[in-house]
Design a protein around this ligand. Structure first.
Ligand SMILES: [Fe+2]
Length: 193
C-alpha cells in the first residue's frame, strides 16, 4: 500500500496544540472505557480497523479522530464473538456516556459516531462518508473470519479500492500500535485543517 501507515518518525517536534492534547486525552479515555478484549473482535482487529480507517479517512477527507474512536469502541461491549446484536447499541452508549467534550468531538460528530457504532453490524451502506469510512474499515477486516468483503456492502470509493482490499486480506499483518495510530491520525488532521 502506497499510503499505508508510515512507521518512520514523521511527526514534527513542535509543541502540541491544545486541540491535539484534547484529542490525545480523548483517545486515552476511549481506550480506558473500551478495556481489553482478545479474539476475533478484540484489540488486534480494532487496530487493523483503525489502520485502514485512517487510510480511508485521509482519502475521503473525513475526521481521522472520529474514525479512530470508532475503531477503539465499536466492538468493546461484545459479550461473545458470535451473534450479539446488542453490542453496537451498547458501544454507542459508551460513547454517549463519555460525551462529546471528553471525546474531543462536536455534538454532531458524537451523533454520527454513535450512529456508526449502533448500526455497524447491520449490513447497511450509507452516503454519510464519515460513517461509511468507519463501516468500510470494519468490513475490510472480514477476511479474518473467512468472509471476502463484497463491494455491495462498501460505502466509500476509498473503501472500494482493489489495492486496499488486497492489503486488508492479509489479516495476519502486524497492525500498528495505538500510539502510532494516534500519531498518524494527528498527521492526517493537520493536513486536512
Ligand atoms: Fe469490528
Amino acid at each position: 500500500m502506497a499510503d499505508a501507515l508510515q512507521r518512520s518518525p514523521g511527526s514534527s517536534s513542535r509543541a502540541s496544540t491544545r486541540e491535539e492534547e484534547l484529542r490525545a486525552s480523548a483517545i486515552s479515555r476511549a481506550r480506558e472505557a473500551a478495556g481489553t478484549r482478545s479474539g476475533i473482535h478484540g484489540d488486534d482487529h480494532w487496530r487493523r480497523v483503525a489502520e485502514v480507517g485512517l487510510i480511508i479517512a485521509r482519502r475521503e477527507e473525513v475526521s481521522a479522530h472520529v474514525v479512530l474512536l470508532f475503531a477503539i469502541l465499536h466492538d468493546c461491549r461484545r459479550e461473545n464473538d458470535g451473534h450479539d446484536p446488542g453490542h453496537g447499541p451498547r458501544a454507542a452508549e459508551v460513547a454517549r456516556t463519555l460525551g462529546h467534550e471528553a471525546l474531543a468531538i462536536s455534538p454532531e460528530e458524537l451523533d454520527r459516531l454513535a450512529e456508526a457504532m449502533h448500526d455497524h453490524d447491520r449490513g447497511l451502506v450509507t452516503e454519510d462518508t464519515l460513517i461509511g469510512a468507519c463501516w468500510d474499515a470494519d468490513r475490510l477486516d472480514l477476511e479474518r473470519v473467512g468472509i471476502t468483503p463484497h463491494l455491495r456492502f462498501i460505502s466509500t470509493p476509498a473503501g472500494s479500492d482493489p489495492d486496499l482490499i488486497d492489503y486488508c486480506a492479509d489479516f495476519l499483518r502486524d497492525a500498528p500500535s495505538w500510539d502510532e495510530l494516534a500519531q498518524h491520525a494527528e498527521r492526517i488532521m493537520e493536513k486536512t485543517r
